[in-house]
Ligand binder design. Structure first.
Ligand code: PGA
Length: 262
């Protein structure tokens, strides 16, 4: 079972985020239509909404940026290399992402850890490279189902945070996303208590690692949809959502963005 950690001073009243991870979905036309639709809706929004970050696949970064520039929506990438340039066929470097106005980069997603063998050491270097270029990495951490069943959830996540965050960081340089591996793409989500326990432990660990570390935003990701978004956003120490499948359709994504109460 998860052991609840001491409460820290971070609060739910921090800036909220909805990060849309479009993974390897959508063609140019659909990415264009979806980002255009989000931009229009955001511009006529009648109340403050979470910060929306759209993370399309690489070919769609520029067309999506052209639709959202000048709006409150930000551009994010799904990965980046540790180096700026060099003989790295098929890779995209942080300078190239900065150059096309990306502000956020998802790092260490479980699909990359699993299918591209990304190590903690590489993930840490990616984080440092993203921060060095003035962008904000969204570090994904989370346990497998075996780790949860054997009571190792918190230990695993603490280790990831210790091994993968830079030696020094300020709260506005980094975002953490708690994504239980067993919840991604499965329609199975942790209970509210389980989410709160892990988020509380992440906040506590971040404070141990860095003064004011408790002010780093912590998002939840894994089978977020229109029906559970509001409930998850109300959990303590949850500052936003990282959304996959339900972020590739305008109606669903907008329902998630507007799920947060004022
Ligand atoms: P999902 O994916 O919302 O489709 O479960 C989330 C993620 O992988 O970030």
């Amino acid at each position: 079972m998860i052991i609840s950690k001491k409460k820290t001073k971070g609060s739910n009243k921090m800036q909220q985020y909805v990060v849309a991870n479009w993974k390897m979905y959508l063609n140019t036309r659909d990415a264009h239509k979806l980002s255009e639709s989000m931009a229009k809706k955001m511009q006529v929004a009648e109340r403050p909404l979470p910060k929306l970050v759209l993370c399309p696949s690489f070919p769609h970064l520029i067309p999506v940026f052209n639709n959202i520039k000048g709006t409150a929506i930000s551009l994010g990438a799904q990965n980046c290399h540790t180096e700026n340039n060099g003989p790295h066929t098929g890779e995209v470097g942080p300078e190239q992402l900065k150059d096309i106005q990306a502000e956020y980069v998802i790092i260490g997603h479980s699909e990359r850890r699993r299918h591209h063998n990304e190590s903690s050491e590489e993930i840490k270097r990616k984080l440092e490279a993203v921060i060095a270029h003035g962008m904000i990495p969204i570090l994904c951490v989370g346990e497998t189902i075996e780790e949860r069943r054997s009571g190792k959830t918190i230990k695993k996540i603490e280790q990831q945070l210790r091994d993968e965050t830079p030696e020094e960081f300020t709260p506005n340089q980094l975002i953490i996303a708690y994504e239980p591996v067993w919840s991604i793409g499965t329609n199975i989500t942790p209970t509210e208590k389980e989410i709160e326990d892990v988020h509380g432990a992440i906040q506590y660990e971040l404070q141990q690692l860095q003064p004011n570390g408790n002010l780093v935003p912590i998002l939840y990701g894994g089978s977020v949809h229109t029906q559970n978004a509001a409930t998850i956003l109300k959990c303590s120490c949850v500052h936003g959502l990282l959304v996959g499948r339900h972020a590739i359709n305008a109606e669903n994504l907008w329902a998630v963005v507007t799920a947060a109460e004022e």
